[in-house]
Design a protein around this ligand. Structure first.
Ligand code: FEO
Length: 401
């Protein structure tokens, strides 16, 4: 084949594309390692295309489809598991090229289809649990709402036991030459999966749990997500990671985030970090919220049990980068973390108070009293910082070994 289509078996072809040009996914999340928009073509007696790709990659995409189909061949069904435009962006073009195609989705899919693209014909509505006969195989549809939009569903190929999972089990990162889980660097992949999950899907943990329950007992040999590699060698690893992340199960370690204008709050952060290390905490991740994009910080907060937050006061609340992080943590309902706070003030304060109001709201457990130094940390403030490190280390020893 001329294009880099991958023949996955006698009938199923990978026709997805890489995007290494976009800087921010959803105009928000850095794509340092790019991203893949995955789509699949099933060549049975009837031909089905599963999801499409972001519109900027459309030309590359339609060439791949045309190559697999061969001259004069048509597509019978376009299955839409998810309507977010990174997957629905090429639907209009597909409909133009294959005007007889039937679009398979649910009532919510069609609502978004009309409103995004004005498409309202050749719709083939399915309900949860419905099956679609392609000839030698049937496709079964599992509705998985809010993973991560209301219309989201998954499509199961009952013959080859492939689950087309939409965003679930997806990750950031382009697919550089290999599309399968044993062809990628797992260390990098785990990082990008965690960042993808926490930032894109993370708010919907309970719905992910519901989807995992629904799929229990389904014999799955391969998971094809809309981003990231195809899982066929180690399905247990990715399912277990998703299960843990969606239940906020955390590892032993501390994320220490500070926002500091002139280095005084930063000095306190360094003292706490040193104390954590002195007390034997192996993983201590320190971030300056003004510099590191919050997607990386959020990802680590999903991963580790201990979270220590520090800010200078700024117009009676905390410094804006810390405020942005706190709002995100609140919006995503992050839970079950051990916490502490610190910071500085010059006249009326507000930085530490704001952090604590979020910790209270999220019902995280304080491991020590907060410390707020006037202008710059003095000896007694430093001592209190070290107490925070000691208390966190001690609590971590008892809660997650
Ligand atoms: Fe990859 Fe929710 O879109």
């Amino acid at each position: 084949m001329d294009t880099n289509v991958v023949k996955m078996n006698d009938s199923v072809f990978y026709v997805g594309v890489n995007d290494r040009k976009t800087y921010l996914f959803e105009s928000l999340w850095p794509l340092e390692r790019g991203v893949a928009y995955n789509s699949y073509l099933i060549m049975d007696e009837k031909v089905a295309l599963v999801d499409t790709v972001e519109k900027t990659q459309m030309m590359n995409y339609v060439e791949k489809i045309a190559e697999v189909l061969g001259e004069g061949n048509k597509i019978d069904y376009l299955i839409i598991n998810h309507m977010e435009p990174d997957h629905s962006g090429s639907i209009k073009e597909i409909v133009l090229r294959y005007p007889e195609i039937k679009i398979v989705g649910n009532t919510k899919t069609f609502d978004y289809l009309r409103n995004f693209f004005g498409i309202d014909r050749n719709l083939y509505e399915v309900k949860d649990g419905d099956e679609l006969d392609l000839g030698s195989r049937k496709l079964k549809f599992y509705f998985t709402p809010m993973v991560h939009w209301p219309e989201t569903m998954m499509t199961y190929d009952m013959k080859d036991k492939i689950l087309f999972a939409g965003d679930a089990f997806g990750s950031f990162g382009s697919l550089d030459g290999g599309i399968y889980d044993d062809q990628v660097d797992m260390e990098i992949l785990e990082e990008e999966m965690r960042r993808y999950y926490s930032n894109i899907v993370g708010k919907y943990g309970p719905m992910v749990q519901r989807a995992l329950k629904k799929l229990e007992g389904v014999d799955i040999k391969m998971i094809c997500a809309t981003h990231g590699p195809i899982w066929k060698h180690d399905l247990n690893w990715v399912i277990s990671l998703y299960d843990k992340m969606s239940r906020f199960v955390a590892e032993n370690g501390v994320v220490l985030v500070y926002s500091s204008m002139y280095g005084n709050t930063e000095k306190m952060a360094d003292e706490i970090a040193k104390s954590l290390k002195d007390e034997g905490v192996e993983t201590v991740k320190v971030y300056d919220a003004s510099k590191t994009h919050l997607s990386y910080i959020l990802s680590d907060i999903y991963k580790y049990k201990g979270v220590i937050l520090g800010s200078c006061a700024y117009n009676t609340v905390c410094h804006p980068p810390m405020e942005a992080l706190l709002h995100k943590l609140d919006l995503y309902g992050t839970k079950d973390r051990l916490a502490a706070s610190f910071g500085t003030y010059t006249w009326s304060g507000g930085g530490v108070k704001t952090i604590n109001s979020f910790i209270d709201k999220l019902k995280w457990e304080y491991v020590a009293d907060s410390v707020e130094a006037k202008c710059s940390p003095k000896k007694e403030d430093i001592e209190k910082c070290r107490e925070i490190g000691k208390a966190m280390a001690s609590k971590l020893r008892t809660c997650c070994r």
